[in-house]
Design a protein around this ligand. Structure first.
Ligand code: ZN
Length: 241
């Protein structure tokens, strides 16, 4: 079985379509949330994920779209984009988001937006990764939220290995090691590589591959300008931060 794992699409339909262009029709699609926020195509992204994903969990921007959760802590550009997102999201798409849960568990893996239990915690170092491993018994935990593609491995001896996946790459899953895999962001990468990021878990081959995909950034920047979202949201796409 192959699972394509996407996160943090952030209303960037051009980036999502580029990812869909490189996965197979028979790949199951798993979505780690933050479908909306920041970008110019929230309805299109929700509809594409609704139609294609096997499982989707809520991100903090999705929850903000539903009920303003955390909006006071958003930076001004993110808040302005969320207000606009709320003004254009259809009732059907909002209702679909409202029906999603915070986690999705299968025997082999757990899907959460940021971290197990504390769903919107940012895992940025080994100490946070250790807390995440302790909070669940899932062999593999897929996360997004930081928009940084990376992997932590908890070895049988208790040590934690870590690697960035800024340029993508394949992890051969070791028997006995547990993994926390951040698949990066489809629609707004922040690891200085502007290409869309996603993960592909092959449960037969026992590998996870993070792939970075080119998409037409200039087109998205034009759309951001045409709906009058903050210019900073357009500029950051080009530098990937
Ligand atoms: Zn996000």
């Amino acid at each position: 079985m192959r699972y394509a794992v996407v996160s943090d699409v952030h209303s960037n339909i051009d980036a999502l379509d580029a990812v869909f262009g490189v996965i197979r029709d028979d790949d199951a699609l798993l979505c780690l949330g933050d479908i909306v926020g920041y970008g110019p195509n929230p309805n299109e992204c929700v509809e594409r994920i609704r139609a294609r994903a096997t499982a989707t969990v809520l991100g903090n921007h999705d929850v903000a779209a539903i009920d303003n959760f955390g909006l006071a802590y958003f930076n001004p550009a993110a808040r302005e984009a969320m207000k606009w997102t709320q003004s254009v999201l259809t009732p059907e798409n909002l209702a679909w988001l409202d029906g999603l849960g915070y986690e999705f568990r299968m025997p082999e893996f757990l899907l959460v937006h940021g971290a197990p239990v504390n769903y919107f915690e940012y895992i940025l170092d080994k100490a946070a990764a250790a807390r995440a491993f302790a909070a669940t018994d899932a062999p593999i935990i897929f996360i997004g939220h930081t928009h940084i593609a990376e992997v932590y491995g908890l070895r049988p001896d208790g040590s934690i290995e870590h690697a960035h996946l800024q340029q993508g790459g394949t992890i051969a899953l070791d028997e006995g090691t547990r993994y926390l895999i951040n698949v990066g962001s489809v629609g707004q990468p922040r690891d200085l590589n502007p290409r869309a990021s996603f993960g592909l878990f092959d449960s037969t081959e026992r590998t996870v591959t993070v792939t970075r995909v080119e998409y037409p950034i200039a087109r998205v920047q034009e759309k951001i300008a045409s709906v009058r979202l903050p210019d900073a949201l357009a500029r950051r796409l080009l530098v990937g931060r």
